[in-house]
Design a protein around this ligand. Structure first.
Ligand code: ATP
Ligand code: MG
Length: 562
């Protein structure tokens, strides 16, 4: 498994430039053709960015087309979510929303045409028999005994198929191509099957449904698609795509294939994602651990971050794996720019400043973003008791530990330098409170403001803190490539850690759903849109501050010094 980290160019862009320069096409029309049988994932985002992105760059347009030829697995819920995700990514199909099922009548008429031309026939073999007759890569196929029916007989049977006279699976319509072709896709592929089932978009009208290969190219042709861009596994289907268009004598778009996105530590097949949902490994399609766009959104990813990720990985023709850290780096870069800063203590330990006046509350004005004065400022309250991070204090610090320890000094960010004078223990001997004294001269503007200490830690006023739940996420799988039959055994059982008594600075109390923050020294966090209630936000960790995966053990993640 090679993992790519470098940028690759977009070879399809070069093809389009050439086609426009040579006059082959005057404009670019692409399409994004999801099957509404699941939620979109980050792999689809790559395809969306290619199709909408290229069309936009060349002043053309991109259609959103639901490839809804299989009513058994498709649902309106999925179609709605797909539309929302495409829009959320920042793309717009304008008036060009299409459904392959809207072309069913035309596709059927073309089916009759192929039957009349002798290019298609009704086959009575069962699905198993058809599979057995097809042969293998090393073994040529066998012709069906029904292959040489007359055009009239085929036409009558095809019409009766449509009329609902036959049960599911009893007959199919097949293209009559070549049972000895080295390309299995050309060994008389099935065009229509009988399925007495309503369709989520077309309703009760049909009991025969076209196969993907028969519907796709013709849908492209109807819509005048210039560049039909799909993933590499369709390369071997291209001769069939071209064959149908050629036999029908209709406008032929050209198909181009690119390498699909594979991302480490996750899975991308909708079948597998559905299984994770159904087995309860995750809490739904929009679980923040899922590689779905709804999941990434809930996790705190921005559309910009996902688009810039897609830009970075380029568009090539060789299968490769992209390391999850590249996706994480994209969101980190984006959030570093846009996320306001805040202080949050995830695992709180009480710190009491003995020489600080009992009922004094000071308010410090601090910048929301260190490099962006235009992001404004806010005030944070300070008092005698504050929460600090449990692991910012060590009774027996190793050499080089610059945070708090008995006798040691540390700066409370934006506030004062404090020195640890003692601890309070519970009955079991655990430290439950750290006692300190502070140096009143060390605040900004004070006579000793510039005094340097080695460590700076964050804190939240105990009197003013809000209590909140924060969810920390880890990778969904323990293996970079969770493939094979045992893929489920690689599910990371510790992919979420829920902290229920975090203490947040009070400005976060009314944080809006989906708003994103950098919690200083911790990482980037996003208000969960589902589980938060007014005044009681729940936060999801989007990503740690730096790529701690390679270097640090898990316990230390996100606690590197800011
Ligand atoms: P799955 O195999 O998970 O069901 P799919 O390819 O069948 O996925 P579709 O809804 O048919 O899903 O995909 C819509 C478009 O998105 C297709 O053009 C497909 O090639 C593209 N696509 C799907 N997965 C990826 C991926 N991992 N990387 C890039 N493009 C993808
Ligand atoms: Mg598909």
């Amino acid at each position: 498994m090679t993992i790519e980290t470098t940028q690759t160019p977009n070879f399809i862009r070069a093809i389009i430039e050439e086609d426009l320069a040579s006059g082959k096409h005057k404009t670019v029309i692409t399409r994004f053709p999801p099957e509404p049988n699941g939620y979109l994932h980050i792999g689809h985002a790559k395809s969306i960015c290619i199709n909408f992105g290229l069309a936009g760059d060349f002043g053309g347009r991109c259609h959103l087309r639901f490839d809804d030829t299989n009513p058994a697995k498709e649902e309106v819920e999925y179609a709605e979510s797909i539309k929302e995700s495409v829009r959320w990514l920042g793309f717009d199909w304008g008036e060009h929303l299409y459904y392959a099922s809207d072309y069913f009548e035309q596709l059927y008429q073309w089916g009759e045409q192929l039957v009349r031309q002798g290019d298609a026939y009704v086959d009575d073999l069962s699905a198993d028999e058809i599979r057995a007759y097809r042969g293998t890569l090393t073994e040529t196929g066998k012709e069906s005994p029904y292959r040489n029916r007359s055009a009239d007989e085929n036409l009558e049977l095809f019409r009766r198929m449509r009329a609902g006279e036959f049960p599911d699976g009893s007959r199919v319509l097949r293209a009559k191509i070549d049972m000895s072709s080295p390309n299995l896709n050309l060994r008389d592929p099935v065009m229509y099957r009988i399925l007495h089932a309503p369709h989520p978009h077309a309703g009760e009208k049909w009991c025969i449904y076209p196969m993907y290969d028969y519907a796709h190219g013709q849908s492209d042709s109807i819509e005048g698609i210039t560049h039909s861009i799909c993933t590499l596994e369709f390369e071997d289907h291209r001769p069939l795509y071209d064959w149908f268009l050629d036999r029908l004598g209709i406008y032929p778009p050209r198909q181009y294939e690119f390498a699909r996105l594979n991302l480490t530590y996750t899975v991308m097949s909708k079948r597998k994602l559905l299984q994770l949902v159904q087995d309860g490994d995750v809490r739904g399609w929009d679980d923040p651990r899922m590689p779905t766009l709804v999941g990434l959104r809930r996790r705190g990813y921005t559309p910009d971050a996902i688009r810039s990720f897609c830009e970075r990985i380029g568009v090539g023709r060789s299968d490769s794996w992209i390391d999850m850290s590249i996706l994480e780096e994209s969101v980190r870069e984006d959030l570093n720019e846009r996320a306001p800063r805040a202080m949050a203590v995830l695992r709180p330990l009480k710190l009491v400043i003995d020489n600080y006046p009992e009922d004094l509350v000071e308010e410090f004005t601090v910048a929301n973003h260190p490099q962006k004065p235009e992001a404004g400022s806010r005030t944070i309250p300070f008092c005698r008791e504050v929460w600090i991070e449990t692991d910012d204090f060590l009774e027996e610090p190793p050499k080089g530990f610059h945070r708090l320890a008995p006798g040691q000094e540390v700066r409370l960010r934006y506030a004062y330098i404090v020195r640890c004078t003692g601890v309070v223990r519970d009955g079991a001997g655990n430290v439950i409170e750290v006692r300190c004294s502070y140096d009143p001269d060390t605040h900004t503007g004070g006579p000793a403001a510039g005094r340097k200490v080695k460590g700076v830690i964050h804190w939240v006023s105990a009197l003013h803190a809000i209590e909140a739940e924060v969810r920390l996420y880890d990778r969904l799988f323990t293996e970079p490539n969770p493939a094979g039959d045992e893929w489920k055994s690689f599910v990371n059982l510790h992919s979420v850690e829920i902290l229920t008594s975090c203490r947040l600075e009070p400005s976060l109390k009314e944080a809006a759903p989906e708003s994103r923050y950098q919690f200083e020294r911790q990482g980037y966090f996003c208000v969960d849109a589902k589980d938060s209630t007014p005044g009681k936000p729940v936060f999801n960790r989007t990503v740690t501050l730096r790529d701690s995966w390679a270097k640090l053990d898990k316990g230390d993640q996100g606690n590197s010094k800011a």
